[in-house]
Every structure is written in structure tokens, then in C-alpha cells.
Write a protein that binds this ligand. Sequence first.
Ligand code: SF4
Length: 290
Amino acid sequence: MTRFIQAKTILSPLKKGSDPYFGIRYNMNLYRGCQHGCIYCDSRSKCYGIDNFTDIQVKENALELLEKELRSKREKDTIGFGSMNDPYMPIEKELLLSRKALEILARHKFPVHLITKSNLVCRDIELLLEISKVYAAVSVTITTANDVMSRQIEPGAPLSSVRFETIRTLSSAGIYCGVTLMPVLPYITDNPENIEQLIVKAKDAGAGYILGLMGMTLREGQREYYYEQLDQKFPGMKENYMVRYGHDYSCNVPDHDNLRRLFQETCRKVGLPYAMKFYTPKNPVQQSLF
Ligand code: SF4
């Protein structure tokens, strides 16, 4: 079910310099809820107060607010899409809200960092090229090199193989793009073969960087949903989590340090940076801290 709602504001500022990983200064969410149905999704956490997460709420006045809020900014800094939902989930195909927001950002010459799991982003390559004259980055989240696994853990999103092809299309068009390898699910996707294959495939597809976190976070609301899904898809797995993590927020994979080392060594071997370049108003291209 889709509902249209009125938002009060559209750009949420992050404290200056508080995001040394993705280089984002303002988060923008044009929708509430997400159709991709990833079993580990943090946006289901109770603290965000989104009931019926797969029923999408569309911020009907988002573009109007965006025009107004951009005009009031003294400094142009990076607008991030995709922190609470995927800006290219299926509904975007008909509503074109992300596309229209990009048109506005291109006109106002604001830098953009998009995070998505969908090949629908390729529809907007021309706009992204225009924004690239200032700065545009597209991070495609891929958590497994295996399509069968991606269907299990991200049932509503395009398969991993489609996402690697998305990187190929974007990078061939000249868009700065890479992979966000996060989360890495303890006992599920944390095997060395998965990490190595993912890095090799990302490099082969033309990724300019890969950002990896060897673990996941779990909070109230998100945890209950994730455990329900584990019971259905990976029987017996929930108990491993309960014993190891209890009610921890930060859940590093059991072999964290070795996997992190393997991640960095493999990146160095294939020549894929594990940090991205991002925009700052005074020094347009800087390296992130990953
Ligand atoms: S794409 Fe992102 S926001 Fe959407 S369900 Fe998956 S993790 Fe959540």
C-alpha cells in the first residue's frame, strides 16, 4: 500500500565533519519505508518509528521543500540519498522522485553521494554526469557474491550479479562509483571466499573503491525481524547470535581481525582502494577514512 504524506523538512544536516566514511553532509529521504525487504535492515529499528516498513510513504512535497532548503544553504555540500531507504526501489520507476530531486540538485550545482542496490540508477546517468562536474558518487551495496544468497537475504532487491553489471554500466559511462560491502552477516556471509570473490568481481566491473565493514548492527525492532527471518531461512542460526551477541548493538563477525586483514590484503592485491574520495567545500576531493 502506498500513502502520500507531507514532510516538514527534507534535508537532515549531519554535524560538520561527522561522516568521515561517506562524506555526506545532508541526508535526504524522499520516501519512508523500503520495498527491497533486506532481512537485516537497520531502518526497521523501533527508534525510527516506521510501522509497516514495506508500505511506502511518499513525501509529496519533497521537491518543493528541496528547492526551498537548497536556496537557504550558504555552502554547497554533499547530499546523501539512501540512508533510510533505497532511492531506486521499484516505486521510483513510476514516481521519478529521485530523478526529479537530481534535476534540482544539478541545477543548484550541489554534490551528491547516492547509495543503492538497484540498476534503476542507470536510468539517470545523464543527470549524474552533469552533477559529476561538481561531484557525484554512486555506491552500490553488494553483500554477497552469490545470487542465491542475495535472493535469500535481500529478497526484493536486484540480484548481486545485476548490481555488478550496474557498476560496469556506471563506470563505463564515466561515473565515480564503487561498492559498499556492508553488512557482513556473522555465520552467513562472513566466509573468506565470499569476501575475496566480491572484491575481485567489483574490480572486474570497474568499481573505483570498496567500503567494507566486517559485521552488522542490531537494535530493537530490527533484531526481532531479523531473528524471525533467520528462523525461516537459516534454522538454528538465531541461537548462535543470541549466545554470542545477546543484546549488543555492534556485532562484529567472529573472526573479525583476520577477515578485515584478508579484505585489505585482497584489495591491495587487485588494486582496489578501500576508501573513497569525497567532496568538501574547501577542498573538493578528499580521501575518506575507511
Ligand atoms: S535496501 Fe537498504 S533500506 Fe531498503 S530494505 Fe535493504 S537495507 Fe533496508
